[in-house]
Design a protein. Sequence first.
Length: 137
Amino acid sequence: MTRKASSTASGIGRVLIAVYAVMALGATARSLFQIATKFDEAPLAYLLSGLAGLVYIVATVALIRSGRGWFRVAVIAIVFELVGVITVGTLSQVDSVLFPADTVWSAFGAGYLFVPLALPVLGLIWLYRVRRAEGRR
């Protein structure tokens, strides 16, 4: 009897994927609008929001897909996201002049109810649990 491999898209992973998809849509749409209409006001902030949107897209796709390669892509994207939200969150608190407009990751994602800070932590915990479950099979 063969067992089905654990999937990042099962159980609570489905909820994570849904939240990542919403963040991908929201961050990408917002940044595209800001870049198109007021890029000269805060180019760094709007480009960082665009980058965040791309990271959310990559993480969403990687969590949906199966296989070791996609698992690695998911880990890399989510770690990048965590480093980004901590770095931008810290810089936005220390030097507000650096970010004259909010990014998705400003103030650790306060404008998004801190979802950008919690999401990568939960994502990494989920990926660890999936990997651990696969190791027991």
